[in-house]
Ligand binder design. Structure first.
Ligand SMILES: Cc1cc2nc3c(=O)[nH]c(=O)nc-3n(C[C@H](O)[C@H](O)[C@H](O)COP(=O)(O)OP(=O)(O)OC[C@H]3O[C@@H](n4cnc5c(N)ncnc54)[C@H](O)[C@@H]3O)c2cc1C
Length: 417
């Protein structure tokens, strides 16, 4: 078995690491200084340094690397180590135009968008001129079941009319956010997986109102933010519906599009989570060697060597499974890789939270402060145990596929006797 990266991935890894070391990491402090925080999200600004970094990344060819089709045309397995590198810095995915939810939204438009939708929304998204949000989750229903969504997208004549309330709409507070992908119920009488539709909603459409920003672990995640949004009689032409050039044929394709959207996006998050875990282990080792208690470096005390060894083993296992899932997406497609995608979606955030937590502990009080990036990395990894589907839903899917495969094997064995 050859575990080596391809020549194209090796070249990009070297360039990306250099760019992160020379451009992104030194700019982090300036970025956070320039960021206008606070609770009034209407005042949030895009830090000027981010636009400078984006221009440099674009010029360096480190742009849209996540898109296998219209972007850099990298295979998922080649993109994996690049996303891992960006896991070290929470602001870095945007530098390379590889940040959620824009990545997933761009993929939706590449795969399902009409020519008009691509011109109007995909082009500026791919250029990094605008940002977007994805509005599926609702406060009033258990949204880990995508078929539960109650907000409506009803066709009336030559318009689609949207009503309802969404929350956890990530990125909606960004000053450059201009468009939302909204998932709504179009026909409650249709087959369970054909009831919903996806609609492109310009943020400034009358009837769209951001009610508030939801804090995550006590921070608002500016300048992206996670909004609660109300939609009241929002009227759009049928051409805003995703999934068919005539608009109307996209009706009922919402669930299908949601499933298609989340394969690569889930893997991107896992790769970044592994990068975050790797960074936490690096910091943990540095701290445990440089700090002395009871006459010995921390690394030599109690079970700390085991903690370090366990972290290394967990990262190696998770990275291999991520690469396997990415490779399967490239070779058999998202559908054939469903179990592996769900497996790594459970494993990567769980090992990352455990390792980052151990690194915080090894740092003592400092680990929980903002003097180290560990608290922010922890919040990112912990969120991933919920976002894009809670652990339990993924475990349910893995078990379902396993039981089906086992039953098929048992039946095949019976048939040969
Ligand atoms: C920071 C953050 C950003 C997010 N960004 C977005 C976004 O941009 N767009 C968007 O649409 N959504 C977003 N989400 C929402 C996220 O996808 C949902 O929170 C998630 O899908 C769970 O839905 P829910 O919150 O309604 O939980 P529920 O569906 O109410 O589930 C609650 C809990 O029930 C349990 N449970 C559910 N199903 C099962 C099962 N089958 N077996 C066993 N136990 C189960 C699990 O423990 C689960 O955590 C974001 C969430 C967070 C925290």
């Amino acid at each position: 078995m050859n575990f080596d990266h391809s020549p194209i991935a090796k070249d990009l890894i070297a360039r990306m690491q250099k760019f992160m070391q020379e451009e992104v990491l030194p700019a982090e402090a300036t970025y956070y200084q320039q960021l206008k925080g606070g609770s009034d999200w209407a005042q949030w600004q895009q830090p000027a340094i981010m636009e400078e970094l984006k221009a440099k990344a674009k010029a360096a060819g480190l742009w849209n690397l996540f898109l296998p089709e219209d972007g850099a045309r990298l295979a998922n397995v080649d993109y994996a180590p690049l996303a891992e590198i960006t896991g070290r810095s929470m602001m870095s995915p945007e530098v390379f135009n590889c940040n959620a939810p824009d990545t997933g939204n761009m993929e939706v438009l590449v795969k399902y968008g009409s020519e008009e939708q691509k011109q109007r929304w995909l082009k500026p998204l791919m250029n990094g001129e605008i940002r977007s949000a994805f509005c599926m989750t609702e406060p009033d229903v258990a949204s880990s079941d995508a078929t539960n969504m109650q907000a409506t997208a009803i066709v009336e004549g030559d318009e689609v009319v949207i009503n309802g309330r969404k929350w956890w709409s990530s990125g909606i507070g960004h000053p450059n956010c201009k468009v939302l992908i909204f998932m709504g119920l179009s026909d409650a009488t249709a087959d369970k997986h054909r009831q919903h539709s996806m609609v492109l909603v310009p943020l400034d459409t009358p009837g769209v109102k951001i009610e508030r920003m939801l804090p995550v672990f006590h921070t608002l995640d500016e300048p992206f933010g996670h909004g609660e949004v109300s939609f009241t009689n929002v009227r759009l032409p049928l051409s805003a519906i995703i999934g068919g050039d005539d608009g109307i044929s996209g009706i009922g394709r919402g669930f299908e599009i949601a499933q298609g959207r989340l394969g690569p996006g889930r893997i991107h998050h896992c790769m970044r989570a592994i990068g975050a875990a790797e960074y936490a282990l690096e910091l943990m080792c540095q701290r445990s060697l440089s700090r002395v208690a009871f006459g010995k470096p921390l690394a030599k005390l109690g079970g700390n060597a085991d903690i370090i060894a366990n972290a290394r083993m967990a990262i190696e296992q998770a990275r291999l499974l991520t690469l396997k899932a990415a490779w399967m997406m490239d070779t058999v497609g998202v559908k054939g890789a469903m179990s592996e995608i769900s497996q790594i979606k459970v494993i990567a955030p769980n090992i990352a939270t455990q390792i980052i937590d151990a690194a915080m502990q090894m740092h003592g009080g400092a680990g929980l402060s903002d003097d180290f990036p560990l608290a922010a990395l922890y919040a990112y990894a912990r969120v991933l145990r919920l976002a894009d589907g809670p652990d339990e839903v993924h475990r349910g899917l893995i078990a379902k596929i396993e039981l089906k495969n086992q039953a098929a094997r048992a039946n095949a064995a019976l048939a040969t006797h």
